[in-house]
Structures are given as C-alpha cells and as structure tokens.
Design a protein around this ligand. Structure first.
Ligand code: LLP
Length: 391
C-alpha cells in the first residue's frame, strides 16, 4: 500500500526503480532480533539477498552479523561496519583470491563445502602463518518442500559435504595444522513456509553434532542456515514473517549443549517485503485472446518470476489509489504483464486481473526486496536499475 504522497513522488521520477520502505525494514529487523534474542540465538544477514548500501547500513545498525558468498561480499560487509567476528563466508566455489582476502580480514568462519576446499584453505592459511576457523557445511538430505530450483539440502544438490564422507572429513581435519574446527553448518533451501521442515532439520543437526562430538571434535557453533519464507500473496496484511514461530522450532528441537552458539543466516525474510519494483505501462496491446500490458521493466530488472516461476503480486498503483483523483473507472480486465526484453519468457505473470490500465500508469511488483535488484542484469544494454528510499 502506498500513500498518496509517495505516489505523487513516484510520478515525478523516471522508472523503473526499486522503492525501499526503510521503516518496514527496521520493523522487520526489530521483530527478528527480539525473537532471536529471547533464546540467545545469533543472526547473520545473508547479503546475497540484497546489498543495497542503505539496506546494509540499516541491517548492520541492528547488530546482525553478515553471511557472505563472495570475496566482494566480505569486503562490502566489512566496509559497511559489520564486525569481522560476525562475518561468515560460504559458497561451493571459493577462489584462492577470495579465501586469501577472507584470511586477511580474519573473519569468524569459513563454511566449508568440500574436503578439497578444506585442504586448500589449510594450505593458504599455512602460507600466511594463520589459522582459519571453519564450520563444515553438511548436506543433511532434508527436503525443504520448496521450489526445486531453490532447494539446496538434498543429496542431488551440489552444496555441502554428504554425511557418508564424514570419516574422511575427520581424517582431513586431523591432518590440517592451520584449521580450527568450530562447528557445523546447514542450509536446506529458500522460501520455506512449512515450519515442520525445520523440525526435520533439527533432528539431522542433532545426529551430526553427536557424530562430531563422539569423534573428538567439540562443536562450538551450530549454524542452521536460513530459508524462512515470506507471504508473497499478502504483502500488506502479512508484512513481517513469523520469526517467533521459526526460532521456537529450534529452541524446542535442537539439542544445544551449554556454552554452544546457535547461528542463523536469514536473507529473504529480512528484506523481501521492504521493497517493490516500480515501473510504468509503456503500451497496452489488446488482442483477440490476450491483452498485454507492456512495462518499462522486465526480466533485466527482476528475474524471479521468469527464472523460478515465482508469484509476485502485481498492482496498478495509479488506479488503486483511493481519492487520488487518478481513479477514472472501476472496470477490471485480465492482462499478461510483460517486459520490454526480446525474449518470450520476459513475462511477470499471465492473466492478472487489474483495474483497466493505460499508458503511463505506475505498476508495482511487490515483495521484491530479496533477490530482486541484486539479480538484475544489463542484458540488451539496459540501464542499471536504481534505488529510491522512503523518507
Ligand atoms: N545461507 C546460505 C548458505 C544460502 O545459500 C542462502 C541462500 C541463505 C543462507 C539465505 O537464504 P534465505 O533466508 O534468503 O532463503 N535467488 C533465489 C533464492 C536463492 C537462495 C540462495 N541461498 C530466489 O530468488 O528465490
């Protein structure tokens, strides 16, 4: 829902752009922090979801850590002010350059995704006469019940180390003089809305930590990853995810040893609802079978609908505006809402029912704060899409 003032502001701006509601972002962060603090849990923000500088500053100001998946993310986290003791670095393909950068930055931990990576980090740390803290990312083979494109914790996925390789992990850890084992890490997928999935994850984490403890490796950190989903269908009615319910599952089902730290890596749940992609209708094409709304934004600005068949709510905010003087009529029509890119997959959604729409109307694609702007491209040599912030 946008205020009349906000709409008036949008009308003067060039589209497309991402609009960030920093007030909602802060409310979301507060809700998450309060729910996590209740149990002494630590939350790292998964920077891959959104690395807009103002978004990062806001998140950092709430005292969260940073979960990075590239050397550049590690650099950006530290430049934003995230403390190095709160930076973790995951990713199935960390380059030597990135590992060296993270060693120099003395980050809290590498989340290690293969046995070979463990030996490479050890070699690079040895060359610098340093010790690298590592958590072993284990692929727990737990089904996240989400879209298969964003499932990461099954045997068929490339992520993490499979449980049948643990003996080899233990042997390698023993032979690595410049590695300090601190714990175990998991991440089973994204946009998870069925919280019982996390109960299954807890059971696997408990089994895995027993294994490590039994083999002489004290587990100081249990990192359960992220994945908590958001309500793409009701951004106004349900803007803040159920952080309390989420953390309570871990409180209830995780066997936490006294003195142990429990870590999480949330991305989407923290930022998704706080942004919308704002674009304008360029053309309305009326056909015999279909009507098309051609927007000035497409898959280059927001690729989630095209890449994952993701539903994201589309609104004609010019026609929805009550009392704005813009509302001309009440007739509703069905449209395929498409972008300007030369690809037939460049369609945000088919058969969307909207108020009758006209050239120049402002269209919002809601819940676009996570994996939106960060996944934008310059395909077709388009302008890079910018940010506008609530005041
Ligand atoms: N930790 C690790 C190791 C991850 O790989 C991810 C996300 C997260 C944490 C944060 O997950 P979240 O809380 O945001 O679900 N581009 C896709 C989502 C890809 C998620 C990748 N990994 C999308 O637009 O749906």
């Amino acid at each position: 829902m946008f205020s009349i003032d906000t709409l008036t502001r949008f009308q003067a701006l060039e589209t497309p752009f991402y609009f960030y509601d920093l007030g909602l972002l802060s409310q979301t962060l507060k809700a998450c922090k309060t729910a996590a603090d209740k149990y002494g849990f630590h939350v790292h923000y998964a920077m891959k979801a959104n690395f807009d500088p103002k978004v990062l500053e806001t998140i950092q100001s709430f005292g969260l850590g940073a979960d990075c998946v590239s050397g550049n993310e590690v650099k950006a986290a530290i430049a934003t002010g995230f403390r190095k003791e709160q930076v973790v670095f995951a990713g199935v393909g960390k380059s030597d350059k990135e590992i060296n950068l993270a060693l120099d930055a003395d980050i809290f931990s590498f989340n290690v995704e293969s046995i070979q990576e463990l030996t490479i980090i050890n070699d690079l740390a040895k060359a610098k006469d340093k010790t690298a803290r590592v958590a072993i990312r284990i692929n727990p083979n737990v089904d996240a019940h989400t879209h298969h494109f964003i499932t990461t914790g099954l045997d068929e996925n490339k992520f993490g180390i499979n449980s049948w390789q643990l003996s080899e992990v233990a042997e390698t850890l023993r032979s690595c003089s410049n590695i300090q084992f601190i714990g175990i890490h998991f991440h089973i997928g994204s946009q998870i809305t069925d919280l019982t999935v996390y109960k299954s994850l807890c059971i696997r984490i408990n089994e895995m930590q027993t294994w490590f403890e039994d083999h002489g490796f004290p587990v100081k950190v249990l990192n359960a990853g992220g994945g908590l989903g958001v309500d793409y269908h009701h951004p106004d009615q349900d803007p803040i995810p159920d952080f309390e319910g989420y953390f309570k599952v871990f409180k209830d089902f995780l066997n936490v040893i006294p003195g142990q730290e429990v870590h999480f890596e949330l991305g989407r749940a923290l930022v998704a609802q706080s942004a919308s992609l704002i674009s304008r209708v360029l053309y309305v094409k009326y056909g015999q079978k279909k009507n098309f709304l051609v927007l000035d934004a497409g898959m280059t600005e927001l690729i989630r609908p095209m890449l994952y068949q993701a539903y994201m709510k589309i609104e004609n905010i010019s026609r929805n505006a009550q009392d704005s003087g813009l509302k001309t009529q009440d007739s509703r029509l069905k449209y395929d809402v498409v972008g300007p890119i030369c690809e037939s997959t460049d369609c945000f959604q088919k058969d969307v029912t909207l108020q009758e729409s006209f050239r120049g109307d402002l269209i919002a694609v809601r819940t676009a704060g996570a994996y939106g702007q960060v996944m934008a491209s310059r395909y077709n040599l388009r302008d890079a899409v910018g940010s506008v912030y609530s005041e």
